[in-house]
Design a protein around this ligand. Structure first.
Ligand code: HAM
Length: 410
């Protein structure tokens, strides 16, 4: 039997419906914040990710789906969405046009990681990117947007924030950190020695226990912020507080991608095991220029849709649609015609089998229908139909002539 590849999963109903529901909520909130949809290719030149996500990151170092195509091009399945959106922004010359551009996207991302619960090789993200806005109000708005999405989805998370400083903060901090790392060269792991040479701040993210013990005393970026970066971080905290969003400051939060500066954040859930980050993002003011565009501010986030699905499970899936059925075989033709007519306006599942009321009710319930309509012998004689709202549990008989009007009021 041919099966799906390791770490890649089919999404059949009802999981696919849950996916659709989550994306709908995300889109609706993002649109209220002024974001519009963008589509970019799943396949890009490898160099795009090497330059943006960074050679020192695990994503580029170990996890890329990279290959040479038939035209000898070095290409890669996108491991994340930001790099492609930035490329598209520059290619469409929007960096030269100026102004603020806000976009959202959702779809597959690919990382050749070791699969485990909550960690897939093909997974889906919903993300947003905003270009051309320097104000920290936008960083705050993005966090508030995620908060609103999670509130609507009924998900509880912990928000962790940090500042990674700006170009002015970085050189002073780098010097302090390198001095610290030199003093511990013999004790840190091999990966950290490599990180020290490529992107020292990344050592703080090391998962090796011995390294973590050493880094407890490491200098932190948050203590070396330039006055401008420090002022932005203060303002961010004030805006979050003023809007009732609680947060924890995590000075060791460095994120797994190289392009961030100033604001960095992650939303963590304690309901899904070790792969607990459900969303992450931050500011990337140097990335557009670094990828060959005109210097433009950038800030955004992405969330892992499968991880959200894991938390929600089936519990909150909204009931919807009509389940229409008959108890007597002789009424099936009538029910079928009625169902086809109702489908002009409503989502209707027609049962092609005559069954006892209880069996039909169980069926409608398991399919997640909201309205149950059943034609029994008595109703047929009096041109009526039996109605039950499976959410509110209201039951009644309705004249067939009034049915459409009744259903429109639901
Ligand atoms: P990221 O933190 O690498 O950020 O990924 C965002 C989210 O994608 C994670 O918080 C997690 O929920 C989900 N995720 C990541 N890897 C996997 C995996 N292997 N399986 C399942 N879910 C996963 C980014 O990708 C940045 N592009 C976010 C961003 C946008 N920053 C600025 N703009």
């Amino acid at each position: 039997m041919i099966t799906a590849l390791r770490g890649m999963k089919d999404m059949l109903p009802p999981r696919s419906e849950l996916y659709e529901y989550i994306v709908k909520v995300c889109e609706s909130v993002a649109k209220n914040y002024g974001y519009k949809q963008i589509f970019t290719p799943h396949l890009e030149e490898t160099i795009l990710f090497k330059r943006s996500v960074g050679e020192s990151s695990d994503i580029v170092g170990k996890e890329m789906y990279q290959f040479i195509d038939k035209g000898e091009n070095d290409v890669c399945l996108r491991p994340e969405g930001t790099a492609g959106v930035v490329r598209a922004f520059i290619e469409a010359k929007l960096d030269r046009a100026g102004g603020v551009h806000r976009c959202f996207y959702h779809g597959s991302m690919f990382r050749y990681e070791r699969p485990q619960k909550g960690r897939l090789r093909e997974f889906h993200q919903f993300g947003v990117e905003c270009f051309g806005e320097a104000s920290v109000y936008e960083d705050a708005s993005i966090i508030l947007m995620i908060n609103e999405i999670f509130t609507r989805l009924g998900i509880k998370t912990t928000l962790k924030i940090n500042s990674l400083g700006d170009a002015n903060s970085m050189s002073a901090y780098r010097a302090k950190l390198l001095k610290f790392l030199d003093a511990h060269e013999g004790e840190i792991c091999e990966d950290c020695r490599r990180r020290k040479a490529t992107n020292p701040i990344r050592v703080l993210d090391c998962k090796v226990e011995k390294c973590q013990e050493i880094y407890k005393n490491a200098p932190l970026m948050i203590d070396s912020l330039s006055p401008e970066a420090a002022a932005d971080f203060e303002r961010l905290k004030q805006i979050l507080k003023a809007n009732g969003v609680s947060y924890e400051i995590d000075p060791k939060l460095v994120r797994g991608l190289d392009y961030y500066c100033k604001t960095a954040f992650e939303f963590i859930s304690n309901e899904i095991g070790s792969q607990s980050a459900v969303a992450g993002g931050g500011r990337y003011d140097r990335l557009v220029e670094y990828l060959g565009g005109k210097a433009s501010y950038g800030v955004g986030f992405a969330m892992g849709i499968e991880r959200i699905m894991e938390i929600i499970g089936e519990r909150d899936k909204e009931r919807e649609g009509i389940y229409l059925c008959a108890m007597d075989e002789r009424n099936l033709d009538f029910v079928y015609e009625l169902g086809i007519a109702l489908r002009r306006k409503f989502k209707v599942e027609i049962s092609y089998e005559a069954k006892k009321l209880q069996k039909h009710l169980q069926n409608a319930d398991s399919k997640g229908a909201k309205i149950f309509l059943c034609l029994g012998e008595n109703e047929m004689k009096s041109d009526q139909i039996w109605y039950k709202n499976l959410l509110t549990k209201t039951e009644k008989t309705i004249n067939l002539d009034d049915l459409e009007k009744e259903l429109s009021g639901e």
